[in-house]
Design a protein around this ligand. Sequence first.
Ligand code: B1M
Length: 226
Amino acid sequence: MVEEAFARLHEALLNADEEAAVKATRDLLDAGAEPQAILERGLTEAMTELGRRWNRGEAFLPEVVAAAEIFKTCSDLVEPALLARGGKKAGHLVLMGTVKGDLHDLGKNIVTAMLKTAGFEVSDLGRDVPTERFVEEAARLRPKIVGLSALLTTTMLEQRTVIQALEAVGLRPDVRVMVGGAPVTAAWAEEIGADGYAANAVEAVEVALRLAGAAAQDAGGRKADG
Ligand code: B1M
C-alpha cells in the first residue's frame, strides 16, 4: 500500500495532477509513512526527475511551474506531521533564505522544516533575498547559523557575496555559514569560505548541529579569553 502510494505520488507530480498528488500524500500520511520520506523520496525525487525531463526537452516550463505549486501544497500537508516528530529544542537560531535573483524555494523550505524538527528556531527570509537583508537580519537577530540556498549556477555566486558582506561588517566571526542547493558542492563551499555544505535536508540537520556546537564552543572560548 505504501509503495503503491509512493508510486502514485511520483506519477502525479510528473503529470502535474494536483488532485492525485494530494490524495497520494494523504494516503501516505494515513498509512504512517515517514514524513521525511514523503518529502525526500516522494516529492523531491519526482521533482528531480521532472528537472531531468526538462533538460531533455521532454517537459516544459508550465508543467514545471504547476508541479512546483503541487509540491508546495503537498509539502504543506506533510509539514505538521514532520514537526510533530520534533524532539527537544536545540535552542539555536538559523537565519535562512534563497539568495538574490533566485526564485527556487522548495528545497530551502524542506531544509527549514527539517531544521525545525530537529529543534532549531528558523527565521526564514524567503527567496530572492538581497544581500543587505541577510546582513541586516544577522545583525539584528544574531543567529548561530546563516543558511544560503541557491539553485542556479549564476546565483550561487551570491553565496560568496553574502559571506563577504558579513565579513565587511564584522559579523563573520559570530556566525557559521551553511550553503546548499543543486549546483552547490563541498568544493564550492570551501572556495567561498563557507563553514558547511549539505547536499540534502537530512545532511543539513547534521551539518547545522555540528556548526551550532562549534559556534557554542567558540563563544565559550571568547568568554574565557575576555
Ligand atoms: Co528552475 N532551474 N528555473 N524552476 N528548476 C533548475 C534549477 C534547473 C537545473 C533546471 C534545468 O536544468 N533546466 C535550471 C538551472 C540551470 C543552471 O543554473 N545551470 C533552472 C532554470 C534554468 C530556471 C529558469 C531560469 C527557467 C526560465 O525561466 N527559463 C527560472 C529561474 C527563475 C529564478 O530563480 N530567477 C526557473 C524557474 C523555476 C520555477 C519557478 C518554474 C520552479 C521553482 C519553483 C519554486 O522553487 N518555488 C523551478 C524548478 C522547480 C526547478 C527544478 C526542476 C527543480 C528544483 C526543485 O525544487 N527541486 C530544477 C531542476 C533540478 O534541480 N534538478 C530547476 C526539489 C528540491 C526539494 O530540491 O532545491 O535541490 P533542491 O533542494 C534540495 C538540496 O539541493 C538541498 O536540500 C534540498 C532537499 O533535499 N538544499 C540545501 C537546498 N537548499 C539548501 C540549503 C542548505 C542545505 C541544503 O543550507 C542552507
